[in-house]
Structures are given as structure tokens and as C-alpha cells.
Design a protein around this ligand. Structure first.
Ligand SMILES: [Fe+2]
Ligand SMILES: [Fe+2]
Length: 170
């Protein structure tokens, strides 16, 4: 294979697929493990022919429900208000992901690929901003995400976060 065709192949792969990168690490081991699973499932989904994607996509949506619920739970446990822009973004993304199933069943069989590619772009940005900010917040208040406990519950007595913590909501 010559160099230009190797480059062309790489470009096609990156347009159609999704790859995990160390840049996505947030520093919270449990969050990073969940993110790695998200990335692996997304990569497999995008490498699967459209006709066979639905069961994989449904499992991916179920994993995302648990992924987002886990972060929302940690936010509530560490001083975030129930309505905060990170949780709102989770709810919005999940609603769009769930709506895709119906469109696929009605014959729009390329929609899972389109959603998967959009999610790949969204996730990179989300992990590096809101999720990384949350990981930093958990660490600063002494929250252990493995056991979901606070070293000192008094640490969040005066903490109320209604935005996104240390990151912007844009
Ligand atoms: Fe996340
Ligand atoms: Fe998140």
C-alpha cells in the first residue's frame, strides 16, 4: 500500500468510526471505566452493518441510561441541585438517542450511523469539559466514586452547585 492510499484509508476510518483516546481520561477511575465501555460499544456499533445494528444500539442506549444516571447520582450526592446544566444535557442527549429507535424501525436504517457519528463528536467534548469538571469536583469534596461515599459529609454542607461546577455551561 502506498502512502497516499494509507492516508485515505485512515481518513475514511476516522470519519466512520470512533476511537478511544487518552485525552478522554477524566482522572476518576470508575467514570473512566464507564467511558471506556461507552467508547468500545460505540466503535463496535459503527463497525456493524446497518441491518444488524438495532440490538447493539438498544444495548448501547441501556448502557448510556446507567452511565448518565451514575453521574447524575454523584452530582446530587455532592451538592449539585437536581436541575443543573450537566444533568440537563444528559437528559437531552438520551431523549434524542431513544427517539432514533423509532425512526430506524420505520425504515430510516442509516440513522444509527448518523447518531453514532454525532455522539462520537459530542462525547469527546462532553468528557473533556463537563465530565472532567465533575471528576475534579468529586475529588475536591472527597467523594469516592467506587463506594459512592464522602470522606467527610461536612465537606459539602455549604456546597450548592446549580451550574456545572468549574466548567462553563455552553
Ligand atoms: Fe460521562
Ligand atoms: Fe456527563
Amino acid at each position: 500500500m502506498n502512502t497516499s492510499s494509507a492516508h485515505a484509508e485512515t481518513a475514511v476510518q476516522s470519519a466512520m468510526g470512533f476511537e478511544w483516546s487518552e485525552k478522554l481520561l477524566t482522572g476518576d477511575a470508575r467514570m473512566d471505566h464507564t467511558h471506556q465501555e461507552f467508547a468500545d460499544q460505540l466503535a463496535v456499533l459503527l463497525a456493524t452493518p446497518p441491518a444488524e445494528q438495532l440490538p447493539l444500539y438498544e444495548a448501547f442506549v441501556a448502557h448510556t441510561v446507567a452511565h448518565f444516571a451514575q453521574e447524575d447520582r454523584w452530582m446530587l450526592a455532592t451538592g449539585f441541585t437536581e436541575s443543573n446544566c450537566h444533568s440537563d444535557q444528559h437528559a437531552m442527549v438520551l431523549e434524542t438517542m431513544q427517539a432514533v429507535v423509532k425512526h430506524y424501525q420505520l425504515g430510516e436504517t442509516d440513522i444509527i450511523n448518523r447518531m453514532g457519528e454525532a455522539l462520537g463528536e459530542w462525547f469527546g467534548q462532553h468528557a473533556q469539559s463537563m465530565d472532567a469538571g465533575l471528576a475534579q469536583h468529586l475529588q475536591s469534596v472527597g467523594f469516592d466514586s467506587a463506594t459512592e461515599t464522602l470522606a467527610d459529609p461536612a465537606a459539602i454542607r455549604n456546597v450548592t452547585v446549580s451550574g456545572c461546577g468549574s466548567v462553563s455551561c455552553s
